[in-house]
Design a protein around this ligand. Sequence first.
Ligand code: PMP
Length: 393
Amino acid sequence: MLGNLKDQPADKILMLMASYREDPRDDKIDLGVGVYKDPDGNTPIMSAVKKAEERLLKSETTKSYTALSGDPAYAQAMRELVFGETGAADRVAAIATPGGTGAFRQGVDLIRMANPGATIWVSAPTWPNHLSILKTTGTPFVEYRYFDATTGGVDFDGMVADLNSAKEGDVVLLHGCCHNPTGANLTADQWHRVAEILLERKLVPMVDLAYQGFGDGLDDDAQGTRILAETQPELLVGASCSKNFGIYRERAGILFAIGDASDTKTVQGNLNHLNRQNYSFPPDHGPRIVTTILNDPQLRAEWQAELEEMRSGMLALRKHLADELRQRLNDDRFDFIARHRGMFSRLGVDADKVEAMRRDHGIYMVGDSRLNIAGLNARTVPILAEAIAKTCA
Ligand code: PMP
């Protein structure tokens, strides 16, 4: 039986990590994997997380099973974080999931149960694991135009034209903020326009919110999601706590399904069923850390301050890099880096240039020219700018 298996295609980002590790150069720079790093290159545990864990260690009296949907207090705290005032409780069903990946996977399974004929519309490009999960589950998908490599911004006319050809009942996957891999995001006006198209064409939006707090702030980053929650009859949202709480390995995510209040009970039952079929109970330690922080004003303030420091640090690096490139190239070609938000920017240069930067300068970015801004610091920004100027001018 096992001999029938064929090798799976290698994950490009994990391969890149491996070749980075093997590179003997001291001055190599890792801008590959999507993990936040502080200026010293570390991914520390946030102090609010440590304190929440200490509290849990003292106060937890059992490790018995929670509910199939996860701890209800987690769902409530996350509902408030994601939707603010907009997620009316009686319309929202939710399950805790293993990370944002689990939320996306469960969302896809829910769509397939509810409407097997639906095609999923994904941005070109999108997070490669979206495509991989859609392929693995045999879910039909098509791309809509999204990134304009010449401006580094969103090709909004192309996006609108493509969404206007979707058929009733199709699902449109949108990145809530901090688009991965491009860094280019919709404005509030564009979110409103998308909301109109979704309504006109009777499409169902699905939002992947993996970086709330990494772009323009916790509320601003949820703005698109909230616009959809206010305007759409139905909406799926998968959120991840991996990045904004820095608890990657705890696997804390959540899937929300918003619909007509008369359907909520059945939707919740189906979500619980999906958890039961796939792994029974979702992870609980990460969600409990998150709930402890969000429900304690002092811990919450401490977490928000740490998150804000991470966010403003990434913004400063963006500005620094754009400035250095403008000076070296004497043009504004890469100014979009300062306009992008989140951990990633796509430079929009060819794979051979990415390869040349790795070979000649020890700079590791993903082959599609996505770089992790958080992999930089004030010392390495000019080094990167010099390498880009030399290689891509
Ligand atoms: N969605 C997007 C767009 C992502 O970039 C990521 C993380 N790379 C995820 C979902 C999933 O994150 P996790 O499963 O680690 O919570």
